[in-house]
Design a protein around this ligand. Structure first.
Ligand code: FES
Length: 259
């Protein structure tokens, strides 16, 4: 897919939570957004942050083509992401996009599909859920967070399928981790997962025990985003690969995780 370096304008910065902001962006020149696929990411240049030299990789959270809007869900993790979360409407942002691969579409719309997101790992699942729904699949979502106040974009997820929630403190949905949620007692054909690595490993173990198709979205440290710096390398059954180029989506059968 062709890649672009584009200036965007912040059309809205929605503070969803003390630690999260949702940036809604439109191309500064007013041109239509390029095609972007679920699971792909962008590299954001962080201006006004003297200690942030490298671009930051951010998952594509949602693409609203009718409004010509790209959404990025950003968690404050350091100076760079704090700067991004503080952007005001009409400020500009330079992005490289779209980067990385996409999820594998199920073969049949009859397949039972569960999209599992933990923490900021819910971000790519919203656009993937919309994409599946538009193609007549019936995705369901399982979202895992620490407590009820950490649950983000619930109403948006609800537009595209049933949503199940697990909270570590039991303040909403079922108490515990996503792998303890009762929805996993139901049969599924495919699982798609993004979140903290221990969560992805636990879901991958569940999938492997049942011989289910399972793809995970890796969040390895990234810098260049285009396969040049090698800082995102993952050891796979096909050798060492750059997550930014060959991923970030991988079938668990390709990974050398101790599942
Ligand atoms: Fe540089 Fe992947 S981020 S090679």
């Amino acid at each position: 897919m062709k890649k672009y370096i584009l200036d965007f304008r912040v059309s809205e910065n929605v503070q969803l939570h003390d630690n999260y902001a949702l940036l809604k962006l439109t191309p500064a020149d007013g041109c239509p957004l390029p095609e972007m696929l679920p699971g792909q990411f962008v590299e954001v240049r962080v201006d006004r942050s003297p200690s942030t030299f490298l671009r930051r990789p951010i998952s594509i959270n949602f693409v609203d083509y009718p409004r010509n809007e790209l959404w990025l869900l950003i968690r404050k993790a350091g100076e760079g992401t704090r700067t991004l979360c503080s952007l005001q409407a009409d400020e500009s942002l330079n992005l490289v996009l779209p980067l990385g691969n996409t999820f594998t579409l199920p073969e049949s719309t009859q397949e039972r599909v569960l999209l599992v997101g933990g923490g900021v790992g819910i971000a790519p699942m919203l656009y993937w859920g919309k994409y599946l729904k538009e193609k007549d699949y019936a995705p369901r979502f399982l979202l895992g967070v620490r407590s009820d106040k950490d649950l983000l974009q619930y109403d948006q997820f609800r537009q595209f399928g049933e949503v199940y929630v697990s909270t570590e403190d039991g303040s909403l949905g079922e108490k515990g981790f996503v792998t303890q949620h009762s929805i996993l007692n139901e049969p599924f054909d495919r699982l798609y997962v993004c979140g903290p690595k221990p969560m992805m490993v636990a879901v991958a173990r569940y999938a492997r025990e049942r011989q289910l198709f399972c793809e995970v979205s890796l969040e390895n440290t990234m810098a260049c985003g285009v396969g040049a710096c090698l800082c995102c390398v993952e050891d796979t059954v096909e050798g060492h690969v750059c997550v930014c180029k060959e991923g970030p989506i991988f079938n668990i059968e390709k990974l050398k995780w101790q599942i």
